[in-house]
Design a protein around this ligand. Structure first.
Ligand code: KG4
Ligand code: ZN
Length: 347
């Protein structure tokens, strides 16, 4: 293995692969922050037919698309596999069949081309998305990771070193968006649709609950909120009353945003945080961004968020995280496997 000094002196090119859910993605990233290509083949249209991600279909589609997505990423970056220093891949958490496609592909490429293999935790990738457009951002900082599968308040102690200080006890924030969207007839994926329709609604029209988890000031719970929305629309239906889709969407979104901002700012104050970054699909929500930006500004906290393309699943963020794992000396073996419930910070 090279010494860390030697590695940092020259440019490091990572080929990154992400297949943990319903996006088949590959990217080429130079030195962790310079994205040379970021190719995403989305399966959203396919899963929309079923109202959510169908794991078996996701795996099959990844197999169909993975080779052409990787070729496109290398072409767009103007490099061949020989120019790459390491192959980074998401190996958990996620859908096991979907993860396996990326992991098997990464192992095959790395083995054939004699390149090191770097396994990346999906959430580590989401957090690293913030490095891409913010060259000055470096740990330590705090991050709120809000995606379809996770809602975590994370202390980023260093590159690849994390403490989870808060998490959801039930649904993830994105999951709540998707379920509520389905219930009010907006379809899948719910987050972007609720975000859009909320702009026409009154966020104070209906007061939905903001849950607190007893003795856990940084934890979240969204299942009660989801039930409250379902009860509200069922109640309207039973009374033969119409309800406003836009008002329900806006009031639900406000309840989620209030809870996320409340817990995040509680952490900011208690831990004396000066830098805060959001990550994950829900981080592209316009109301959440605006509310966190304002709350951070009021407290003199630097606030970072990735462009929407780097919030939802992509491989550039995996390339960014893989780079820091690479210079930190991480090298995984040919026995690397997909771990659907991989914990952050665990190997
Ligand atoms: O990070 P991501 O692409 O996949 C996971 O790792 O889960 O996040 C997908 C989630 C979905 O639940 C989707 O509805 C939500 O992010 N999402 C949004 C928005 N865009 C995507 N939620 C709220 N507002 C948005 N603009
Ligand atoms: Zn994700």
């Amino acid at each position: 293995m090279c010494m860390k000094e030697d590695i940092i002196k020259e440019d490091i090119w990572i080929l990154a692969i992400e297949t943990s859910c319903d996006e088949t993605a590959a990217a080429v990233v130079k030195n962790g922050r310079d994205v040379k290509s970021n190719v995403i083949s989305s399966q959203i249209a396919l899963h929309t037919l079923y109202g959510g991600v169908v794991p078996e279909i996701a795996s099959r589609k990844h197999i169909e698309k993975i080779n052409q997505v990787i070729e496109a990423a290398l072409d767009e970056a103007g490099v061949s596999i020989g120019d790459i220093d390491a192959v980074g891949v998401t190996y958990g958490p996620g859908l096991v069949g979907a993860l396996l496609v990326g992991v098997a592909e990464a192992k095959a490429i790395a083995y054939a081309a004699k390149k090191p293999l770097i396994g990346v935790h999906h959430i580590e990738g989401h957090i690293a998305a913030n490095y891409i457009e913010h060259p000055e951002l470096e740990p330590p900082f705090f991050s709120l990771v809000v995606s379809g599968g996770h809602t975590h308040l994370v202390r980023v102690k260093d590159y690849g070193k994390f403490d989870i200080i808060g998490r959801t006890r039930d649904d993830a924030a994105g999951e709540a968006f998707d379920k509520v969207a389905r219930a009010i007839g907006l379809g899948y994926p719910g987050g972007p649709k609720i975000d859009k329709v909320s702009k026409e609604g009154d966020p104070d029209a209906i007061v939905f609950p903001r849950a607190h988890v007893a003795d856990a000031p940084y934890d979240f719970s969204f299942s009660g909120l989801k039930s409250a929305v379902l009860n509200y629309i069922n109640g309207c239906r039973m009374k033969g009353q119409e309800y406003s889709q836009a008002d329900v969407a806006a009031s639900f979104q406000k309840a989620v945003v209030d809870v996320l901002v409340d817990r995040a700012m509680h952490a900011v104050e208690e831990y004396h945080i000066k830098t805060f970054a959001i990550a994950g699909g829900v981080a592209s929500n316009s109301a959440l961004r605006a509310a966190l930006k304002e709350a951070c500004e009021e407290r003199g906290v630097r606030f970072y968020y990735p462009s929407p393309v780097y919030c939802t699943d992509n491989a550039a963020m995996i390339g960014a995280a893989a780079y820091y794992e690479y210079i930190g000396g991480t090298r995984l073996g040919w026995d690397l496997n997909a771990i659907p419930n991989l914990k952050l910070g665990e190997r």
